[in-house]
Design a binder for this molecule. Structure first.
Ligand code: ADP
Length: 343
């Protein structure tokens, strides 16, 4: 009775299920799996994973799991207008029993297409905003530079504020363009020789006014001549700028911000240290998620997109590197970046 109930549940699940025994032979498939892969139970039961190589849709599953049936988590399979999310694992019922390999497939076609539409909308809107922004910037800069007549101090002050706001919008638009490029898989990372010291030095230039205004003691400590890396200078600059920008932004007035680089055996280690507001313990796990901003950061600085760290992580990981942090609320934060020298 129990077996019948279980079998009926499994057969009527919306997710497709296929189970292999330890010899990699199919012992079970359910209705949804038959539908997704356009196969009949009778034809598939008893077949081995290696036979999938020759079968129409099932070959995609073979390419994903391999002959050895590897465990995968949230991997996507796309074929014939269908997008499936695949999870798989080896399961043992108890110590002495045989192992089974369970594969579940979920139809995420609608979610994916909604995501694509959102991403396209984002990309088109951001592109459309670029031209009027450039023209607006040109006009305001000309006015501010008194090319169309002298201005009263108050008028100049108002224009300066307008230009600053415009700069913030331009940065946000660029961030949205980067985001849609990442989401569409079009975020290209170049492989060129990178002079990382120059990247850092050029990267901090735009922050001079903020450093002065907040009276930050900014220091850069580079222990020895840095070997060059293979990678994308512009993208790495963006990643470090986001980290340095945060260190300054979330620092307290008059405190120290230190950028330190050490040469390890086969990697470079970067530390960006500040003595600022820190990251609340409960919010640490979300810090690299897109659009996430911690509660104390919102309070201290209401402006901010929550995209900087998301980009930094994507860029560092695209260079086979790692990024992590240590932080104590109210005391300060150190972001660490490890970039391999041979990638
Ligand atoms: P933004 O700075 O625009 O909010 P980020 O993606 O760069 O977005 O950072 C996400 C969040 O991580 C910030 O809102 C803040 O809560 C936290 N954070 C990042 N860097 C620091 C730092 N140096 N000190 C304290 N909090 C930080």
């Amino acid at each position: 009775m129990e077996e019948k109930i279980l079998s009926s549940i499994l057969n009527n699940l919306k997710d497709g299920l296929i189970i292999f025994d330890s010899s990699k032979t199919v012992v079970f498939i359910n209705g949804a799996f038959e539908k997704f892969f356009d196969v009949k139970k009778e034809k598939i039961l008893g077949k081995k994973i290696s036979d999938f190589f020759e079968l129409e849709r099932l070959k995609y599953l073979y390419f994903l799991l391999g002959e050895n049936l590897q465990e995968v988590s949230k991997r996507e399979l796309e074929f014939e207008n269908l997008v499936l999310e695949v999870n798989s694992f080896w399961a043992k019922l108890n110590e002495n029993q045989e192992e089974f390999f369970v594969v579940s497939t979920r139809d995420i076609t609608r979610e994916k297409s909604a995501q694509r539409l959102k991403s396209e909308f984002l990309s088109v809107s951001a592109h459309q905003l670029r031209t009027p922004l450039t023209s607006l910037k040109w006009s305001l800069e000309n006015l501010f530079g008194e090319k169309m007549g002298r201005l009263e101090p108050l008028q100049k002050e108002v224009l300066k504020k307008a230009l600053e706001s415009l700069e913030r919008i331009s940065i946000l638009v660029q961030e949205l363009l980067n985001l849609s490029a990442i989401e569409e898989g079009k975020f290209v990372i170049k492989k060129e020789k990178v002079n990382i010291e120059e990247v850092l030095k050029k990267g901090i230039e735009p922050f001079d006014p903020q450093i002065k205004e907040k009276q930050i003691q900014f220091e850069m400590e580079i222990s020895q001549k840095l070997p060059s890396l293979k990678g994308d200078s512009e993208k790495l600059k963006l990643a470090f700028q986001n980290l340095i920008d945060n260190a300054i932004k979330y620092s307290l007035k008059g405190k120290r911000v230190l950028v330190k680089v050490c040469v390890l055996k086969d990697a470079l280690e970067f530390q960006i240290q500040d003595e600022g507001i820190g990251i609340p313990e409960k919010e640490k796990e979300y810090i690299f998620e897109k659009f996430f901003r911690a509660s104390n950061a919102i309070k201290q600085n209401p402006e901010g997109s929550g995209l900087g760290l998301f980009f930094a992580k994507k860029i560092i990981e695209a260079h086979q590197g790692k990024i992590w942090f240590e932080s104590e609320e109210g005391k300060g934060t150190t972001f660490f970046v490890l970039l391999p020298l041979k990638n």
